[in-house]
Design a binder for this molecule. Structure first.
Ligand code: EPU
Length: 344
């Protein structure tokens, strides 16, 4: 494994922002991941595992440590009469797995079409869209455990999946090596998300669902596309806040049009709506950072933006939403090379 010096990180992220990694290497197999950790430990350096950089904000000062690009490849397929079990190496492209599954007629991840990133990233923030979350199909995640310094497999029940969170987001103890998903054969899709339902017939095929999701995401610039400046983002920049039912009721009293989504006994509020109601118009610009013209939840690099400019806009949005609604929006992307206090 070759270790490079002073590698620019911005081109390795969809936001295209930030400084350099003092050290950079690429792992194409599990042994190289282990080797990289041993090397970083021997140099007393932190190690950051990098997927495809679609949910990442790198600081302007970059990262003093080893960035390890996870490029493990390979998909294995195991079938019985009813189910298909797919194990994807962490570096496999997520949407390739979705496309392959939809083509083969395997159900369970079709609503997650068009999401940028690698398979290894999907359990970290429990990727979700249009009524599906990966935790509904993940059976287990194979990891390298930095504490025990060995490889192990965590069953779904130990991954502590929640809305946009998991054990892999709460601690940096584990590096995802591969993810196993269990999909259904010969299954018709169940569509629950109203906006998607409205685009489909009563009994849509998996292919129709995928096409409809891709069209919806493209309209919102949530498909990474070099010709669409609004897609130079990290997807949703904020997590939709989850509040007590009583807080949501009080808010609904003040704002009768507030959309709400039940989440267990709590209520999820659309951050995009809160941002717009707090006074930000889509396309709002602050230096070279802007709110996407196509979705209020994405922050876009208009070209040459610094991380400081992205952060300034983030803080302006957080402050105004807090003043208006008493809610502190939490950022969704992973922050690399910043003070831990930044995310509030
Ligand atoms: N809305 C606005 N303004 C906008 C966009 C949306 O007011 O510009 C309001 C509308 O009321 C709309 C509601 O927000 O009905 C929800 O919007 P949308 O369906 O676009 O979903 P979201 O809550 O903004 C979440 C995920 C997305 C995922 C979509 C679709 C989070 C943080 N984001 O967005 O995931 O694609 O649902 O399921 O949960 C991502 O995580 O990066 C991501 C793109």
């Amino acid at each position: 494994m070759k270790v490079l010096r002073d590698v620019p990180l911005a081109p390795l992220t969809t936001l295209q922002v930030g400084g350099r990694a003092s050290y950079f290497a690429e792992a194409t197999c599990t042994e190289e991941v282990l080797e990289a950790y041993t090397w970083a430990r021997s140099q007393n350096l932190p190690l950051f595992p990098l997927g495809s950089g679609s949910n990442l904000l790198v600081s302007d000062d970059g990262f003093e440590g080893l960035v390890l690009k996870i490029s493990l490849k390979g998909i294995t397929v195991d079938e019985d009469d009813q189910y298909v079990t797919l194990t994807a190496a962490a570096g496999e492209v997520w949407d390739k797995l979705v496309a392959q599954s939809v083509d083969a007629g395997w159900a369970g991840i079709e609503c997650l079409s068009g999401i940028p990133g690698s398979c290894g990233a999907t359990p970290i923030q429990n990727v979700g869209a249009y009524g599906q979350e990966v935790c509904q199909t993940i059976t287990c995640v194979s990891v390298y455990d930095k504490v025990e310094q060995k490889q192990k497999t965590l069953p779904n029940s130990e991954c502590r999946f929640e809305y946009r969170s998991s054990i892999f987001k709460k601690t940096d103890r584990y590096v995802v090596l591969s993810v196993t998903y269990k999909l259904q054969k010969d299954s018709t899709p169940t569509i629950t998300y109203p906006e998607l339902k409205a685009q489909l017939t009563q009994q849509p095929t998996l292919k129709e669902v995928r096409a409809a999701v891709l069209a919806l995401r493209r309209r919102k610039s949530m498909i990474v596309d070099a010709t669409d400046i609004n897609s130079r983002s990290a997807g949703s920049f904020f997590i939709n806040p989850v509040v007590d039912a009583s807080f949501a009721d009080a808010l609904r009293h003040r704002y009768p049009n507030l959309p709400t989504y039940p989440l267990g006994s709590a209520v999820k509020l659309p951050a995009a709506w809160l941002i717009e109601q707090a006074g930000f118009k889509k396309g709002y610009r602050r230096s070279r950072a802007a709110i996407s013209s196509n979705h209020a939840l994405a922050i876009v690099n208009l070209g040459g933006a610094t991380a400081a400019e992205i952060i300034a806009l983030m803080k302006e949005i957080q402050d105004k939403v807090e003043q208006t609604f008493g809610i502190i929006l939490q950022p969704e992307p992973v922050f690399l090379g910043f003070e831990p206090s930044l995310a509030r």
